[in-house]
Ligand binder design. Sequence first.
Ligand code: ATP
Ligand code: MG
Length: 283
Amino acid sequence: MDFEDRYRVRPKHFALADHDTGDEAGLDKDASEELRAKDLAKLDALQERLYAEGERSLLVVFQAMDAAGKDGTIEHVMSGVNPQGVRVTSFKQPSKAELAHDFLWRCQLALPSRGEIGIFNRSHYEEVIVVRVHPEYLDAQGLEASSGLWRKRYDAITAWERHLHESGTRVVKFFLHVSKAEQRERLLARAEEADKKWKFSAGDVAEREHWDDYQRAFEEAIAATSTADAPWYVIPADRKWLMRTAVASILVHHLEDMDPQFPEPSEDEQAAIREAVAKLQAE
Ligand code: ATP
Ligand code: MG
């Protein structure tokens, strides 16, 4: 199954309604889990090479409606990799210091270093999604909503992501696409199950009332910022087993394409190694 091709956004003809939230890609749960187990092993090996090479990085962006499964997907997909090479940042409502800077500032600070995988759990896209649905949030940034503002932000985002790409950071963006009915089930489950209650937020139910506004904001932002350098993937999120497998597979695709290499020691370094080994052997 070529998940990369199946779920990559083609911006010219993009409509969220064309993306089935319940797609199973012709798999069942067992087949999906078998595929995922193989990809998780590959991810572990690829991440080690990326870290050893120490020259480039991978930035993975997750955006979704509440309860679509960002946290669970990050947890499952990253379960096999060495935590030392991964940096996860969850972007919440901006702090005073963050609001006192331009909207990309806090994301710039959270970027992965060379060799690292960076994961954004929410991201700079909140600035064209939640802020668009609630333009009054702009007040705190000293800005006013104007017709050109969102277009300018899309342009700033695509320029920034192009710069990252050219600086050695591969940018891969996932929209976990859940249906309104499935979100309702998951929010109810949070309220009812003892070990999920802590996740329940009445605010999520309030935001759900803006469902259509959010979908429109996502659709426009994704269409405007899907580029060859920083592609979006719309991942069906109604089946968790499919969502996690698709994300793992697409990450393997990108890391294989980057093809990181263990560094070869130089002539001098090899001579130094030989000398050190000889010393050890002589002990
Ligand atoms: P959880 O799964 O724990 O609920 P979460 O990502 O929903 O994870 P919350 O603390 O519930 O975390 O929500 C974070 C909130 O912060 C979201 O409502 C999100 O829209 C909001 N937020 C994130 N970035 C911004 C931003 N730049 N401006 C305004 N609000 C933002
Ligand atoms: Mg939440």
